[in-house]
Ligand binder design. Structure first.
Ligand code: 5AD
Length: 365
């Protein structure tokens, strides 16, 4: 099994069967080896520095009904909100002096939030913070909308594919009832959006939840193969965590071990990728964030949303948004990172191709 890991380091890819064997392996020594190689890879490329992104949750309105998500349309127990452009800019103004040079605007697919307004907000941030990166995470939009946001100054876009298996996708998302009904979601359209984003020129992020209901090891292998082929600049991966007001309320959460294993595999497949140690990981266990970093993550995304709104953006139960997960808790985050030998980088942290194709053994030459 260790040979497989070394092969993954050398060749940056394995066969489907080999990935599956690695995912099924429970040998502690092997897992430690995988994690160590992923950490070495991250240290060689990024040093012990972790990029920070200020996460601004701009609206919890959503037209979709994803079975796993707490802000799904049919959840009547959510108090809905939408930040104004001025409120979003205020978040950025708060984050900038703290050292944030990336702002991530995330939100549900709110029909009220018109593309024009998003474009204007992106342009306003671009004007006021010319040295910052703007990341959007606003779901599926038209090709034209993606283009307009890009030309207004957005640089990156996060859109997890959630699962690359058709049948599993339908088990997580209600589909269209009839052929011409556009209200449902489809894997095909999601993948189309990802292709558009890349083609337009965004640094594009995708990813999955680990342990989402009905997920199998074979699905995860499909996800790995897709990520290997799509080569996203960013890979978002976190455990599924149930939300009490969703159809998946009583499903068990995803496993920390498996999440960390996948994180390390993605790091070895794609050494230059920006991989966050996600809030979901930090929610699952008190030391989840740190364990993510030690398994090969190199990004954290503290919450910059107005504190009064944070609890309304409840994708899953007990979602962390305070303490080291909060932008204002940056010092605490710094201390936690220091305790494992890492520090915060206040650089923008764009994706850099560098020498991606060169065998990693030679990249210091
Ligand atoms: N548990 C974990 N992650 C979730 N997300 C949504 N709901 C949950 C949940 N219950 C993730 C999805 C989405 C991202 C913004 O949050 O993967 O893409």
């Amino acid at each position: 099994m260790k040979n497989l890991i070394d092969k993954l380091c050398r060749e940056r890819a394995l066969s489907a069967e080999e990935y599956k064997a690695l995912l099924l392996c429970r040998d502690a020594e092997v897992l430690e080896h995988l994690q160590r190689r992923a950490q070495e890879e991250t240290l060689a490329r990024f040093g012990n520095r972790v990029f920070i992104r200020g996460l601004i949750e701009i609206t919890n309105r959503c037209r979709n009904n994803c079975y796993y998500c707490g802000i799904r349309k049919e959840n009547r127990n959510v108090v809905r909100y939408e930040l104004t452009q001025e409120e979003i800019l205020e978040c950025c103004r708060e984050g900038y002096p703290l050292g944030f040079r990336t702002f991530v605007l995330q939100g549900g697919e709110a029909p009220e939030l018109k593309d024009d307004r998003i474009t204007e907000t992106v342009a306003a941030i671009r004007r006021e913070f010319p040295d910052c990166a703007i990341t959007l995470s606003l779901g599926e939009k038209t090709h034209e909308a993606y283009e307009r946001f890009f030309h207004a100054g957005a640089n990156r876009y996060l859109l997890r594919h959630e699962t690359h298996n058709e049948a599993h996708y339908r088990q997580l998302h209600p589909g269209s009832k009839r052929g011409n009904d556009r209200s449902g979601m489809s894997l095909q359209h999601r993948l189309q959006c990802l292709d558009w984003l890349k083609e337009i020129g965004y640094q594009t992020g995708t990813g999955i939840m680990v342990g989402s209901p009905h997920q199998t090891i074979d699905h995860l292998v499909e996800d790995i193969l897709f990520i290997g082929q799509f080569r996203p600049e960013m890979i978002g991966i976190g455990p599924f965590i149930p939300h009490h007001d969703t159809p998946f309320a009583s499903a068990p959460p995803g496993s920390m071990q498996l999440t960390l294993k996948l994180l390390s595999i993605f790091r070895l497949m794609h050494p230059a990728a920006l991989i966050p140690s996600t809030t979901a990981l930090a929610t699952l266990a008190p030391d989840g964030r740190e364990r993510g970093i030690l398994a090969g993550a190199n990004v954290v995304m503290p919450n910059l949303s107005p504190p009064a709104q944070r609890e309304k953006y409840s994708l899953y139960d007990h979602k962390a948004s305070m303490g080291a997960e909060a932008a204002e808790g940056l010092q605490l985050l710094e201390e936690k990172l220091r305790s494992i030998g890492y520090e915060i980088s206040k650089e923008r942290g764009d994706y850099r191709i560098l020498d991606e194709t060169i065998n990693h053994k030679s990249y210091n030459v």
